[in-house]
Write a protein that binds this ligand. Sequence first.
Ligand SMILES: NC(=O)c1ccc[n+]([C@@H]2O[C@H](COP(=O)([O-])OP(=O)(O)OC[C@H]3O[C@@H](n4cnc5c(N)ncnc54)[C@H](O)[C@@H]3O)[C@@H](O)[C@H]2O)c1
Length: 216
Amino acid sequence: MANENTKINIKLPEPSLRRLPWYLAYVKLLKDKGEEYVSSTQIAKDINVDASQIAKDLSFINISGKTRVGYEVNSLVEVLENFLGFTNVHKAFIFGVGSLGAALLQDSGLAQYGMNVVAGFDVKKELAGTMINGIPVYHISEFEQKQKELGANIGILTVPVERAQEATENMIAGGIKAIWNFTPFRIRVPKHIVVQNTSIYAHLAVMFNRLNNLKK
Ligand SMILES: NC(=O)c1ccc[n+]([C@@H]2O[C@H](COP(=O)([O-])OP(=O)(O)OC[C@H]3O[C@@H](n4cnc5c(N)ncnc54)[C@H](O)[C@@H]3O)[C@@H](O)[C@H]2O)c1
């Protein structure tokens, strides 16, 4: 089992880190089916990743399989969830409650992955005082006060692209430490601020290209 020390000491390569949520989603399915053990060969077959790669990735988080039976499913779920930080709850605010911001407020999947969205903020006065999926939306002028009450470290940025930098500066001034940036703008931040850029469109060109190659 990975303990706190292991977690601090390990430097996991990012490609391995990106694969861990796939393993977690897969072993959670096995857990729901009541399976007790799983081998890296079985995981490999079902999710199409090389078995030795899986064993290597999992060895980074200090979990090893038993000869013949493989990994214990319950421990694997627990260790992966702890390692990925999905069991710590991170409080987040959403900035920009338009079509994407509102959709993210609707998504209960975020909470399952350790992200607790506690409020949304928008410049539109008519949105203030509304609720989406039980989560309150406030006018942006209330951010400072709500930050004092709720203390969120993470800000999800879903404002129009031309407002991205200004909203980012406002978020940082209000105590946000990590920004999940959904805008296409490359926001500028001080070194101590974590930025994760995410776009559902980023993979499209790759998919179109693969599709075109299939046709040839
Ligand atoms: N990353 C992705 O995969 C992805 C997908 C869709 C949209 N987007 C991007 O997300 C952003 C939002 O898109 P949308 O379709 O929801 O737009 P939208 O216009 O529906 O919503 C934007 C909201 O932000 C609010 N806003 C403007 N300035 C603000 C500020 N300073 N602080 C707080 N709120 C503010 C607006 O009033 C509006 O309600 C855009 O930048 C868009 O390009 C990204």
